[in-house]
Design a protein around this ligand. Structure first.
Ligand SMILES: Cc1ncc(COP(=O)(O)O)c(C=O)c1O
Length: 388
């Protein structure tokens, strides 16, 4: 069945919208069944979705929760079963969606931020060891935009310092690193299933792991810390997924490869077309040994180009290209984190990506003529600036 028939396209003023959501006919049948039988929570769909997600990633366990933020937070909270104490530290990249830092705090830990590399957008492994203290319990790399973090180096540091690794794979469904699927390298991996992602449940999240005890802790944590019939052994969350969300997820897993392939085609097309703008713009790149699981296409204005990111964004948006800021340096550019006492300049690479960076869609509903439109808009912008 052609892609178009499988998707509901959001109504938007943009010619090149940022995101989309695919709802399959199978999902609609399952949703109707759930409503007819009134089995809307804790029914067969959540279990089936978990089994199918685990199978897709080749892991033993998958625990579905209500958001990607909960997936991050619950994965952190599992560490209390492994000797961690409240207030212990978890290392995270400074540049990521704010949810990563929030989740660490929500789980009762302190996020310790490490700068990223401008070219990869991901945590700089060479800066991790300096951030480790006696209270560090885990490293939480984020695979931003679906580009794998440097997992070999991160796993080696974790091993040396006896730390857990929780992958924030919210944006990296289907990404690969040296032949391994992203999400299968650390001790646990948390995915967001929010509407913009490759596998979506509209709102939702899921944690995968090969460790039975970790999976059981996650199941307990999503349901108020319950164990057995009515015993509460952990400080839990209320973070269950419902049947309607799981039904959408089951449908999405069926077309996972189709969505991933389309997004990869779009990403690689844009990477190639943007080569001619390399003098002015840094874009995400796929390196040897990795496969990006595309979330979006990042564009960072180089230094001394003679134009600002704001000018660039205002122009592309005026021409129908929807965009989002390339996140923020959480500790220095999100006022909610002022309590950490960090100051601008402490995370120069993350701050640069934020000040000079944006990202645009490469999702499954975008066709090549829309991507060509993006390219011609950028050409026009540079021409207007007297650059080429
Ligand atoms: C890197 C990262 N972590 C965590 C999240 C949180 O996911 P959610 O919005 O499903 O809570 C997101 C959201 O997409 C994200 O991009």
């Amino acid at each position: 069945m052609p892609q178009k028939q499988l998707t509901i396209e959001a109504k938007t003023k943009f010619k090149v919208p940022f995101g989309t959501v695919s709802i399959t006919p199978e999902a609609r049948v399952l949703i109707d069944q759930a409503f007819e039988t009134k089995m809307v929570t804790r029914g067969k769909c959540v279990q089936e979705f978990e089994e199918k997600f685990a199978k897709l990633f080749g892991t033993k366990y998958a625990v579905a929760v209500s958001s990607g933020t909960d997936a991050d937070a619950l994965a952190c909270a599992v560490l209390y079963d492994y000797g961690a104490k409240r207030g212990d530290e978890i290392i995270v990249p400074a540049l990521t969606f704010v949810a990563t830092g929030n989740a660490v705090l929500q789980a009762g830990f302190m996020p310790v931020f490490v700068d990223v590399k401008r070219e990869t957008l991901n945590i700089d492994p060479d800066k991790i060891e300096a951030a480790i203290t006696p209270r560090t319990r885990a490293i939480m790399p984020v695979h931003l935009m679906g580009k794998p973090a440097e997992m070999d180096k991160i796993m080696a540091i974790a091993k040396k310092h006896k730390l857990y690794v929780i992958e924030d794979a919210a944006e990296a469904h289907g990404a690969e690193y040296k032949g391994k699927l992203i999400g299968t390298i650390g001790h646990m991996a948390a995915f967001s299933l929010y509407a913009a992602h490759i596998v979506t449940t509209i709102e939702g999240g899921i944690v995968i792991t090969d460790d039975k005890a970790m999976a059981e802790a996650l199941q307990s944590l999503r349901n108020h810390g319950i164990v057995g019939k009515f015993e509460f052994r952990r400080i839990g969350f209320s973070a269950k997924m419902n049947e309607i969300e799981a039904a959408v997820g089951i449908g999405n897993i069926k077309i996972f490869k189709q969505i991933l392939d389309k997004r990869r085609r779009n990403l690689l097309y844009l990477i190639d077309k943007f080569k001619k703008f390399d003098k002015y713009l840094i874009t995400i790149q796929e390196e040897a040994g990795e496969k990006i699981g595309p979330h979006a296409f990042s564009i960072i204005v180089r230094e001394r180009t003679g134009f600002t990111k704001d000018e660039f964004v205002a122009f592309i948006e005026s021409q129908g290209v929807d965009s989002r800021n390339l996140f923020y340096s959480i500790p220095t550019q999100c006022s909610s984190y002022a309590f950490l006492g960090k100051k601008l300049g402490d995370f120069p690479e993350a701050e640069y990506c934020s000040d000079y960076g944006t990202h645009i869609g490469v999702h499954q509903d975008l066709e090549l003529d829309q991507l060509d439109h993006v390219v011609s808009v950028v050409e026009k912008f540079l021409k207007n600036k007297g650059l080429k």
